[in-house]
Design a binder for this molecule. Structure first.
Ligand SMILES: N[C@@H](CCC(=O)N[C@@H](CS)C(=O)NCC(=O)O)C(=O)O
Length: 225
């Protein structure tokens, strides 16, 4: 099976790059420094994975679908339905992109609206953003962080002692929260969990290959606070 990954620097596709490194799969990496705005270029969502097998090419998008497929193929980083932490595995593989990331995506949207509002009336969109953050998004994220913090206080990884692709999917929104949510430092366990991820060799290799910029990521997500 030949694999080609379309990756946008500092985006969610960094998770699939990390997954490919964890699974020790051979792949070709196509790096996109920024969003494709050219009408002639094929539209891309990042990640997009192209799989070539027996003369047939398949295009796969959606990080969680890509992760589920690759891990099933390799029979790695997944839990068997008889495993003690199977239900945690099931829940958290859907939680990250299904519930957690949408709140961060809304923060991104409000931040973009502010950036695109003409300067003389920007105070209006700034006020809307602040109100929505205060009254809805930050309380929602607080509840989600408390859930994760509580779970990871009792477990090394999301699925108990076993590192799984649920952890890979969680990393991006959790790391974004570190900069996008004002009181993140109150969650000591989550900071330790992120450090634990950072110490994985495959994670480090993926950061290098994906041209990850920690400063750029921080700057981008801090603007959404
Ligand atoms: N739910 C999808 C979201 C993919 C997505 O929207 N990725 C962003 C980068 S984080 C993207 O492709 N942006 C470029 C665009 O929408 O044109 C996934 O996790 O794979």
């Amino acid at each position: 099976m030949e694999l080609k990954l379309h990756h946008l620097i500092n985006s969610r596709s960094q998770r699939i790059l990390w997954l490919l490194e964890e699974l020790q799969l051979d792949y070709e990496l196509i790096i996109h420094p920024q969003k494709v705005l050219n009408a002639d270029a094929p539209p891309h969502k990042f990640p997009t994975l192209l799989l070539q097998q027996s003369g047939h090419e398949q295009t796969l998008t959606e990080s969680s679908a890509i992760a589920a497929y690759l891990c099933q193929q390799k029979q790695a980083l997944i839990l068997n339905s008889s495993a003690h932490h199977y239900w945690d595995f099931c829940f958290y593989t859907h939680f990250s992109d299904g519930s957690f990331m949408p709140n961060l995506a809304l923060k991104q949207v409000f931040s973009q609206i502010v950036c695109q509002t003409p300067w003389p009336v920007r105070f209006i969109s700034l006020a809307v953003k602040a109100t929505f953050n205060k009254s809805y998004l930050n309380p929602e994220i607080k509840t989600q962080l408390a859930l994760l913090n509580d779970h990871l206080t009792k477990n090394t990884w999301l699925a108990g002692d076993q590192f799984s692709y649920a952890d890979i999917l969680l990393w991006f929104p959790l790391h974004a929260c570190m900069h996008a949510y004002p009181d993140f430092q109150a969650y000591n366990t989550l900071e330790c969990y992120l450090r634990q991820i950072k110490s994985r060799p495959a994670f480090q290799a993926a950061l290098l290959k994906g041209q990850w910029s920690a400063d750029e990521f921080q700057r981008y997500w801090e603007m959404t606070q």
